[in-house]
Design a protein around this ligand. Structure first.
Ligand code: UD1
Length: 377
């Protein structure tokens, strides 16, 4: 069957339908990193960091929860022309094994490493459609890792989540218990994939894995041109709060105020997405030095903020009132969840630098400049 050549997005014209097709002409000197899910929220911020730091990037994304516009804007932010050969985009689903293989075949040199973001992540939907989640997140990763082994790319950074800690008590260290009390299929796909990747390193002495357990990513690039753009009603706190601030929704419902926390509302470790992106760069550098085995790092700040702390910080940043009502607890929620970030500081030389004022100011800049996200309504 005929498969389309890889293409590079073009900024020519104002509409994102202007796509120019090129054969892959990645630079001969820069290492090329494969980024699955690179058009998404965390992916786009990480791709920008990679381009700014001398990596070429090949993105695989099926755009099911992301937009081509993010890639156009990333190129602009990186100071690159719209047809730069340093960024190649393949509109491919990770569960399309043939399409994925074409990406590996089309690469001019083996990928230096892979950062694997692509996956479904809506907790509520995963409870309703568990097989969809297990199939997509697990099968897609099997295909990816098989192809990596076949084509000689043996380093992977995997997007895991603090959700793997289940009901373990905070502050969470990388040796805290995992897998117990994980309340939903989405969370279990992260836990299972951690174990599967660990088994892969045990079976292949050349295979190197870094598992990054994200706490609660928020904020946006300071330009306000890329950010989180959830489809439908946001599940997560900050996108919801931002949509209330911008007037897209009437009020926030606080899910419970009777937790054992200072103000009774849930406490989380919010981390600026730009800090999180920098954590991926640090992980890639680590994989260059310690290239085998499986290492795991928390990416959090170590600070816990409550729902009401976040509402207050967003009020200050946006000048909007942000009305809220208190509702019942949300099923599967914990009172407190925050990181001990020491291991990443000591071993990756990385730590979060941006506090909640910046998280909210940057989130607001993105939301107010793009009230309907990447879509123009
Ligand atoms: C959730 C998921 C987690 C996933 C993460 C990233 C659950 C149980 N956990 O984490 O598996 O990795 O998102 O996608 O869904 N809140 C409100 N009102 C809202 C929304 C949230 O009060 O409308 C509260 C929550 O009760 C919680 C805090 O805000 O205390 C943060 O919630 P959220 O942003 O959904 O993140 P997590 O629940 O930590």
């Amino acid at each position: 069957t005929h498969l389309e050549p890889p293409f590079i997005i073009s900024l020519r014209g104002s509409s994102c339908s202007s796509i120019s097709y090129h054969h892959n002409m990645s630079s001969l000197t820069n290492p090329n990193v494969l980024v699955t899910g690179g058009a998404g929220y965390i992916g786009s911020h990480t791709v920008l960091k990679l381009l700014e730091n001398g990596y070429d990037v090949t993105i695989i994304d099926n755009l099911c929860n992301s937009s081509e516009t993010s890639m156009e804007r990333v190129l602009k932010l990186a100071g690159l022309p719209s047809d730069s050969s340093r960024l190649t985009f393949h509109n491919v689903d990770i569960c399309d094994r043939n399409g994925m293989e074409e990406v590996f075949k089309a690469a001019t040199a083996p990928f230096k490493a892979c950062i694997h973001f692509a996956g479904l992540k809506a907790v509520g939907e995963s409870v309703k459609l568990p097989l969809k989640y297990y199939h997509n997140n697990l099968t897609g990763t099997f295909f990816l890792v098989e192809l990596m082994q076949q084509y000689g790319c043996k380093k992977i950074v995997f997007s895991s989540s603090a959700t793997v800690y289940g009901t373990a008590a905070s502050p969470l260290t990388e040796s805290s218990q995992v897998g117990v009390g994980v309340t939903n299929p989405y969370g279990r796909t992260k836990y299972f994939l951690e174990e599967i990747l660990r088994d892969t390193t045990a079976s292949d002495p050349d295979f190197g894995v870094i598992l990054l357990r994200y706490f609660n990513p928020v904020g946006a690039h300071e330009s306000g041109t890329i950010g989180e753009d959830p489809q439908g009603i946001p599940n997560n706190l900050m996108p919801y709060v931002q949509q209330v601030a911008v007037g897209r929704r009437d009020k926030l419902t606080v899910h419970g105020d009777d937790y054992d926390t200072p103000d009774g509302t849930g406490v989380r470790d919010y981390i600026h997405v730009v800090d999180l992106a920098a954590g991926h760069l640090a992980a890639l550098r680590k994989l260059d030095i310690v290239s085998t085995g499986c290492n795991v790092y928390n990416l959090g700040t170590g600070n816990g903020y409550s729902v009401l702390d976040m509402v207050k910080a967003m009020r200050t940043a946006s000048g909007s009132e942000i009305p809220y009502v208190v509702g019942p607890r949300r099923e599967g929620d914990l009172g407190s969840c925050y990181a001990n970030p020491k291991k990443a500081r000591e071993e990756l030389g990385w730590e979060a630098e941006l506090g909640i004022e910046r998280m909210c100011a940057d989130a607001w800049r993105w939301q107010s400049n793009n009230p309907t996200g990447y879509k123009t309504e």
